[in-house]
Every structure is written in C-alpha cells, then in structure tokens.
Design a protein around this ligand. Structure first.
Ligand code: HEC
Ligand code: HEC
Length: 425
C-alpha cells in the first residue's frame, strides 16, 4: 500500500493526526477552565470607541457540543477508513476496491444482455437494435475521437462507413482489426524511385490510376517506376490487405488530398499509421458488438460471417476446471454438467486446513442464464453437492460444511457463470 520503504512516515503522519485531534480537545478543555482577567462587569476591559466593550462570556454550549462531536467523528472516521498513515481502516475500504466492485456489478448487470447476443452472426447482430444501441455507445466513447462520431473519419483516420477497406471488410477482418490493432507502415521510398523528377512522375502515375488530376506525359514516364511500389500496393495498384497497403486506384486517400503533392509527400516521407488494439479493454462479446456496428455502417463485406461472432469464452473451454481466486476456490463446470474437475484436492488444501483451524466452509452453486429456472436451480444444487462430497472425501466433517444458495443463482453467461464457490468463514 505504502510508497515508502520503511513505515516511519506512516507512523509519523498517524501520530501527528491523532495528536492534533487530541490537542483540539485539550485546547477546548483549557479554554473552558481558565477565565481571562475580567473587570467586575464581566468584560475583558477592552474598550473601543468609548463604549464598545469585549464581553468575557463562556463558549456557547451548542458550539462546544458541535466541536466535541467533530472531534469524535474524526476519530471514528479514522478508525473505519484509511487516513492514519498506511493503516487501511477497519472497513478495508479503498478507491480501487470500490471501483472494482462497481465495475464487477456493472458487468454482472450487462452480462445477461450480452448473453443474448452470444452465438449470433455479425449479420444478425447488425440488425439487432439493442446490440446496435450498445455498439453506438461503445463507439462514441472509444472510437469517435479518431474516426469521428459519424465514423466517417478525417485526415489520418479512415472512414469506416465506405467499402474501401485497407485491412479488409469481412467480419473476421474487422474483428481482427479492432481486437489486435493494426500498424500500416510505408517506408520513405524517394531513394528507391530515383530523382525528384522520377518521384513526380510516379506520383502522376498514381493519380492516373484513379483518374484524378494528373499530367499524362509524366504519368507515362512514371509507370515504370511503380515497380518500387508494386511489392506492397500490387502491380495494378489495388493494394494489399495483409500489409495494410491501401488501394491507390479508387481516389480515396486517408492521409491527404487526392493530388500529386500528397502522393509525392507519401513517397518522400513514408508514414506509419497505428490503430490501437482493444482486446484488453473489451470483453469478447463487446468486440463482437463493435465489429457488427462497424460492419453494419454500410461498407461491410459479406462473407465469412461465422468467423468472429461467438464469444470464445462461452464456446471453447467448456471443460471443467478449478482455480483459487483470493482465497475463494472456484469450480467451473461444463455446460449442463456437475462433474468436478480433477486437481480439486490441491485447490481445496487451504480450505481443509482452514476447517481444521476451526473455520467453516461455505459452498455456493451458480449456473449460467441459459435453460429454464427450475432446471437451473436443480443443477446449481447438484454442483454444490458434488463439491461438498469432494470436501467430505478430504476428511471435512459434514457439520463444518455450509451449503448456501446465493440470492441469484444465475451468474450471467458462459463458463465463468457455471461455478461453485468455496470460501471460509
Ligand atoms: C513496404 C510497403 C510499401 C511500399 C514499397 C510502398 N507503400 Fe505506399 N503505403 C504502404 C502502406 C502500409 C501505406 C499505409 C500507411 C499507413 O497506414 O500509415 C501506404 C500508403 C500510401 C499512400 C497514402 C494513401 C492514403 O490513403 O493517403 C500513398 C499515396 C502511397 N502509399 C503511395 C506509394 C507509392 C507511390 C509507392 C512507390 C513509390 C509506395 N506507396 C510504396 C506500403 C507501401
Ligand atoms: C487513436 C486513434 C484511434 C482510435 C481511438 C481508434 N482507431 Fe481505428 N484506426 C485508427 C487509424 C490511424 C487507423 C488506420 C491504420 C492504418 O491503416 O494505418 C484505424 C483503422 C481502423 C479500421 C480499419 C479500416 C480499414 O480501412 O481497414 C477499423 C475497422 C477501425 N479502425 C475501427 C476502430 C474502432 C471500432 C475503434 C474503437 C474501438 C477504433 N477504430 C478506435 C485510429 C484509431
């Protein structure tokens, strides 16, 4: 918690904090006891302007009361919350902790919504108004600053609503672009092309590919020089999606106006455009929704629909497993199954030790939100029973095991939801 290597500063700060609260109380007590020198008429003897006198009355009681309450509040607060050096407070509250809980709660709330999208094709998602409303929000918050709120891009940032794709417009390609990011790198090519005249000629040739403004004599001369470009942009100039080399035949330029000077600039200086990767920030479901949102903006290329859509976490990895997460042992189950994963004994070792030390093991079962409620309740119970039997097999007495049904046994979508948790109390 502390940024310091020793706890001197922690103690020092805790010390002066407590001392100042106590000093406040002492000051109050002293000033309540001593009386300033008074004249016989209960004034301090100070007189201004002839008849303005300073009275020597005691502090009003309500004020003293408030003062004491403030000090007591401070002490209670400092006991409950962090404030005294590196002491965490008895409630163990922290900003990051609160943030994590809120994020977790938020994710739990939206999990059922995303669960409804699982397994849908990009095509189907793009037609789902609820999915598109979520996509719109994700886009506005994360993508619009570069691609524009209408997704039409601007200089340096590609338009996502046309069918001109540098990296490909099928669902799988768009998904790959968003999840992993893309870096398009064109090196400066001036030297490879030749003299500055050669560069102008090749630039005119490039402009001629899309029928843009160009000098046809220069373009003819430049054609031979285009071999330097063909490795990436293709013989015909139609680009190469694997390299992110744009199609130069359509007259759509991201990095500048469709004029010779821009092409010359690109040839002389090169350019590296970076589209950031988002797979660390978004869940697989969110990535699918965003893919469908971009794909459905108008430019989406039909084709391999199936490649992106299903959340990998919900689909693959359907095997049972067990992990230990912050002291809580979590058993995950295959869809519809109550078989405990192998390796449970090792994971439960701490729980068994805890029970021997006088604690109790609490076992709670959860299911994912597919299937009907009655079946789910039964399944959650079977899973909890399977884990209880495992504990019993490890020598834990039955009265040390508490089966506790969670308030909401449906814990969202996918494998994370199909679980039994064992914790110590
Ligand atoms: C090593 C591969 C490579 C070579 C060789 C190459 N380019 Fe490029 N070119 C790219 C990439 C990648 C981009 C996109 C850069 C980005 O996204 O930042 C690009 C972008 C461009 C653009 C900008 C398009 C826009 O949207 O504004 C032009 C114009 C261009 N190249 C012309 C040429 C010409 C002319 C040559 C030959 C002299 C050439 N390139 C050679 C890879 C290459
Ligand atoms: C920091 C700016 C930035 C942000 C934020 C950003 N992008 Fe990009 N994006 C780019 C750049 C730059 C490129 C072009 C990369 C290249 O080819 O050089 C790009 C390219 C793309 C492409 C490929 C276009 C094509 O022609 O193949 C897609 C799709 C895309 N972005 C979607 C998104 C989505 C969805 C988001 C939000 C999750 C997003 N981008 C956020 C900068 C950004």
């Amino acid at each position: 918690m502390s940024d310091f290597t020793s706890n001197f500063w922690s103690i020092y700060i805790a010390g002066i904090t407590i001392l100042s609260v106590i000093a406040c109380l002492v000051l109050l007590w002293i000033s309540g006891k001593t009386k300033a020198m008074t004249d016989s008429d209960n004034t301090t003897g100070h007189v201004w302007d002839g008849d303005l006198r300073e009275m020597n009355n005691p502090l009003p009681r309500w004020w003293v009361g408030l003062f004491i309450i403030t000090c007591l509040f401070a002490l209670v607060y400092l006991y409950l919350y962090p404030g005294l050096g590196s002491y965490q407070g008895s409630l163990k509250w922290s900003q990051t902790g609160q943030f994590d809980t809120e994020v977790e709660r938020g994710n739990e709330q939206v999990a059922p919504i995303y669960a409804a999208f699982a397994g849908k094709s990009t095509d189907a998602l793009a037609k789902d108004p609820q999915a598109m409303a979520i996509g719109d929000r994700l886009f506005m918050n994360n993508c619009a600053q570069c691609h524009g709120s209408d997704a039409r891009g601007s200089k340096g940032f590609p338009n996502l609503t046309d069918n001109n794709w540098t990296w490909g417009g099928t669902p799988a390609q768009i998904h790959e672009t968003i999840a992993k990011g893309r870096t398009g790198s064109m090196p400066p090519m001036g030297a490879a092309v030749g003299s500055s005249d050669d560069v102008r000629n090749v630039a005119n040739y490039v402009m001629s590919l899309s029928g843009g403004p160009h000098d046809s004599v220069r373009a003819n001369l430049g054609k031979a020089k285009f071999v330097a470009c063909a490795a990436c942009h293709g013989q015909d100039g139609k680009g190469n999606q694997a390299l992110g080399a744009p199609d130069l035949t359509r007259g759509i330029f991201v990095y500048g106006p469709a004029v010779e000077a821009h092409v010359t600039d690109m040839v002389m200086n090169g350019r590296t455009g970076v589209m950031p990767a988002w797979d660390a920030k978004f869940t697989p479901e969110q990535l699918n929704v965003l893919t469908a949102y971009v794909w459905g903006k108008g430019g989406g290329v039909a084709g391999a629909h199936a490649a992106a859509p299903v959340a990998p976490s919900a689909q693959s990895d359907d095997a049972a497993s067990v992990t230990v997460d912050g002291g809580v042992v979590k058993f995950f189950f295959a869809t519809g199954k109550a078989d405990v994963a192998s390796g449970a004994d090792k994971a439960l070792a701490d729980v068994v030790a805890g029970v021997q030390a006088g604690k109790k093991a609490v076992v709670s079962g959860y299911v994912d939100s597919t299937g009907n409620a009655a079946q789910n309740a039964e399944l959650a119970k079977q899973r909890a029973f399977a884990v209880r039997d495992q504990l019993k097999a490890l020598g834990v007495a039955e009265d040390k095991i508490e089966l506790k049904a969670p308030e909401n046994i449906e814990a969202g979508a996918g494998r994370q939801a199909r679980r039994v948790e064992v914790s110590l109390v």
